[in-house]
Design a protein around this ligand. Structure first.
Ligand SMILES: [Zn+2]
Ligand SMILES: [Zn+2]
Length: 265
């Protein structure tokens, strides 16, 4: 469960995701070439700053890749529903399958997703119970990477000493100003958009409410007991270890065994 490659056939989603990968590639190729390496060679920045940049970049692309190919929480064809859990299940009138409450049918993906938050065209996948943690990591590392890029753009112009050894035969130095302006422009747009999204996502987890539930205002009917924030975050990330909440290179283990996987007599 959750380890199969999940691939959504949606050309619009491919375009959105392609755009995100383009921005990532742009910043991962040009920023080190124009700012990081030349300033490192001239002793203006330390190797730690270079490594940190590449770490952020790696964590960003890893969480993007994993969030987009992870199974968001598709339901099995014939779920084995324990008798005690029956009242928590309902029938989807679109795919005619039984699903636990809080699931939602995604018309883009064509199936129901457990604890679906929303369908995200930027990762070309649904954000559901099994990949919500990766989506949060993606938002987090994208914010860090775009802030880092903006700081570097700024420092290159206003703070660092001018480069002594610029090679004007190289494309990136000839078009340096234009490249950095594009990078700063993309950084500002992405940072603005993602910060807003990240804030609403965090608020949703604090209150244990998905984006779909918030939009449909259905939560007054659901009398869920209020859980402490550590519990709701641990459930999303599948671990109580807070340090692991930041690591995309692991497998998520659900804290609560899903209904149909629970063994019963
Ligand atoms: Zn359905
Ligand atoms: Zn979907």
């Amino acid at each position: 469960m959750g380890q199969r490659i999940h691939f959504v056939v949606d050309p619009q989603g491919w375009c959105c995701m392609g755009l995100i990968i383009f921005v990532w590639l742009y910043n991962t190729i040009f920023i080190p070439k124009v700012i990081l390496f030349p300033h490192y060679e001239e002793g203006n920045i330390s190797v730690v700053a270079v490594l940190c940049y590449y770490f952020c970049s790696l964590f960003c692309i890893a969480s993007l890749f994993r969030a987009s190919v992870a199974d968001p929480g598709k339901l099995p064809e014939n779920p084995d529903i324990p008798i005690t859990e029956r009242e928590h299940w309902e029938l989807c009138n679109k795919c005619n399958m039984m699903r636990p409450k809080r699931s939602h049918h995604c018309s883009r993906c064509g199936h129901c997703v457990r604890r679906m938050d929303h369908h995200c065209p930027w990762i070309n996948n649904c954000v559901g119970e099994d990949n919500h943690w990766l989506f949060l990591q993606l938002c987090f590392y994208t914010q860090i990477l775009s802030s880092y890029t903006l700081i570097l753009d700024f420092c290159h112009y206003y703070y660092f000493l001018p480069l002594k050894k610029e090679n004007w035969d190289v494309f990136v130095f000839r078009h340096e100003l234009a490249l950095l302006r594009i990078s700063a422009f993309m950084g500002l747009i992405i940072l603005g958009g993602i910060s807003r999204l990240f804030y609403t996502q965090l608020m949703g987890i604090f209150t244990d409410t998905t984006s779909i539930e918030k939009m449909s205002n259905c939560c007054e009917d659901i009398s869920r007991p209020q859980k402490p924030w550590q519990q709701t975050f641990s459930e999303v990330f599948g671990t109580h270890w807070k340090i692991l909440w930041f690591i995309p290179f692991r497998q998520r283990q659900p804290l609560r065994v899903p209904y149909y996987f629970a063994s019963h007599d």
